[in-house]
Design a protein around this ligand. Structure first.
Ligand code: 5GP
Length: 194
């Protein structure tokens, strides 16, 4: 914890006042031990929710979602951002505005992987404005399944995603909460005097 400074412009962790680069452990290189611990923590937090499936969005959600699913002993499903020719036929779909790519993707899941009795835990790497998580929740609801919770590795608490998801009635568990990225410093929510 504490503050982290990004001194080297090329290797910056804090890319701007709003954007973090976490490619050394999650977004490109992946730290397996850390993912294992993340999976253990999400599984513990949602242990009483009778989760039947873990749902995420490709690609950066897959590592934490897989480790969570392994702990919960349930399947992991990742929604696709681009349709593939092997994905014909019955799909659930939701438009999701991509925060990092600044484009709308039609996010899809084959209908056969979700059903009315499922209790789904949504997992994602970073929460900004909530578009990705809300799109996944829409897909779960199209299947008439239940969103049992949303697990986020890193929440940027200064953006509106967390409050939006909570207002929509979802239980949100974020492992790390970032209060601010101003002045090239990561301030965690716990560090902010209340
Ligand atoms: P949201 O849909 O909540 O606005 O944004 C969440 C999605 O955008 C996540 O899937 C995440 O991968 C990406 N994202 C949002 N903010 C950041 C950020 O600061 N850094 C990185 N690397 N990805 C982000």
């Amino acid at each position: 914890s504490g503050n982290s400074e990004g001194k080297d412009p090329a290797g910056r962790i804090v890319v701007s006042d709003a954007v973090l680069k976490i490619d050394s452990f999650l977004n490109q290189q992946v730290d397996p031990d850390l993912m294992n611990e993340i999976g253990r923590e999400f599984a513990a937090r949602f242990a009483s929710e009778s989760i039947t499936k873990v749902l995420t969005i490709e690609s950066s959600g897959i590592a934490p979602a897989l480790m969570t699913a392994m702990r919960l002993r349930v399947p992991m499903i990742f929604a696709r951002k681009k349709k593939s020719i092997t994905m014909q036929g019955d799909l659930y779909a939701a438009p999701v505005y991509s925060y990092t790519k600044q484009e709308v993707n039609e996010v899809t899941v084959a209908k056969k992987f979700l059903s009315v009795n499922d209790r789904v835990l949504i997992i994602d790497d970073i929460l900004a404005n909530g578009a990705a998580a809300l799109g996944l929740a829409q897909i779960v609801e199209q299947a008439q399944a239940k969103v049992a919770g949303i697990g986020i590795v890193l929440e940027k608490s200064f953006q509106e995603g967390a409050s939006k998801l909570k207002e929509a009635g979802y239980r949100v568990e974020s492992l790390v909460k970032v209060a601010s990225l101003q002045n090239q410093q990561i301030r965690f929510l716990e560090d902010v005097p209340v």
